[in-house]
Design a protein around this ligand. Sequence first.
Ligand code: M6R
Length: 591
Amino acid sequence: MCGIVACIINDKAAPVLLECIRRLEYRGYDSVGLATLSGDIYIKKGEGKINDVHKRLDLTDIPGNMGIAHVRWATHGLPTSVNAHPQTDCKNRIALVHNGIIENYRELKTQLKDEGHIFTSETDTEILAHLIEKYMKIGNSLEVATRLATKDIKGSYAIAVISKDEPNKIIGVRKESPLIVGAGEKESFIASDVPAILKHTKNVIYLNDNEMVILSPDGVIIKDIDGNTLKNNINIIEWTSDMAEKGGFKHFMLKEIHEQPDVIKNTLMDFPEIKKVVAKFSKFKRICFIACGTSFHASIIGKYLFETLLGIPTDVMLSSEFIFSQGALDKNTLVILITQSGETADTLKALKIANKKSETLAIVNVLGSTITREADHIIYTRAGPEIGVASTKTYVSQLVSIYMLVIAMSENNKLLTELHKVPDYIKQVLEDEDHIIEIAKKYKDANDFFFIGRGFSYPTALEGALKLKEITYIHGEGYAAGELKHGPIALIDDNIPVLAIVPPGKSHDKTLSNIEEVKARGAKIISVGSSTDEILKSESHDIMGLEEDISEILSPIPYVVPLQLLSYYISVERGIDPDKPKNLAKCVTVE
Ligand code: M6R
């Protein structure tokens, strides 16, 4: 987690650093800080979200045309001003920002303290500033000292460091935390993620693990960790800076929900590419999906699809559990890892294990992310940058990619034709927004919700509950509707709204029976179903209806949209910022 930015430009750096780091606020928002270099090192940093800290401190009021910036998602030490980055050495001659975790920080701290270094924060990051200080003190350049310091530490890091003793230079290093380099015309950048710098350059170099970058007014030099110069592999990014703006919507999340019809159309354009990828897949006898959070819910739908349409036995594993139980991975198994960011630490760890035994396919949204360099096969989802912490458009794009994968393998052209109609179904849901706002107002004060569905609607129930929890702070429990009676029904009373996902099809009548069961215990029913379903209407207190009937197998895509909107509007009604819910970060780069 955490976001870092650095730049050397022809203008005052602080306003540009602030603008860039704002675009990384989705990575962490416990505290923010900037350091610039202009003869001396100038630092402004504070606890809280960027806007609040900027109001208090005016973060742009520091001189110099180069500097570093950071937004923090606290791991070591409380989210206080002292623990905010940049962190410095004993004499404030070195300033450093860091994303990652230094695992051996305790022993290094003791050692450095014994050598006379004075620490001011509780962070693991401060160790690095003191290590670089130590190596510079004995005559090394900033570049060499940084290299030596990184060799002493265990853990993951993406860092950017400046030193008063070497003006006009910024060093960045990466190991297991994302770091990209922006090579603009006479301006150079380092950032955790591409959207941070899109306004300034589209020429991006993706750093690999154990590589370093040296920014100077003359441009960028990439080296390996032993100091050998490497070739600058510049990628031209297709994403535009507008894609990372709110575009008139109140929040990124709302904009991203509304982008879904276009996202699906874009993702569908890759069907020919997917056909090429699957040409190599006929040998696989088993599938194993691995993912976290929302991407895990997409994986469950993947399991149902592979088993229903192709009859291929399919497992689904949480990335964080995969290290404990890996089943029977072998060369006949295709391991499919789903990740929006391509940087989720648990998923990357699982990939390393899977790579040793099976072929791996990554379904990923972020171009050039770590997973794209480590998996055997890649399918890109075409959602564009997703800034809201809660995944919405990337979830539907993951679903579309999985459907295309299964369609290509099963040559089910009828399903492909129907998949092309999904953007229109979603547009109809979006037209019903005012009605969903009314439902949000009615239920915003509930303390607990149940989300129930069967078959293809079960993962939708899980995803609806996750959205509710993360952006409204209301407890939401996603359950397979048939499983309620095996325990959780004990919790149902007239204070608990039950959100039932009931598309027409095989699961319909059985889910209706489950609705009856919870109604008999006082629950209020909000349903998602066909607007022509009169029985469902009569059983529901409120219904979010879809105008067109869609086959049950494809229903997970449009049926998740009312749930996204409901959570979004409950969040807004409760005065929460849905783009930056507490305790969360968009990209979870720690295990
Ligand atoms: O980038 P990834 O898809 O690997 O991220 C996985 C989860 O961290 C992510 O889906 C998370 O659950 C979202 N906040 C859900 O909205």
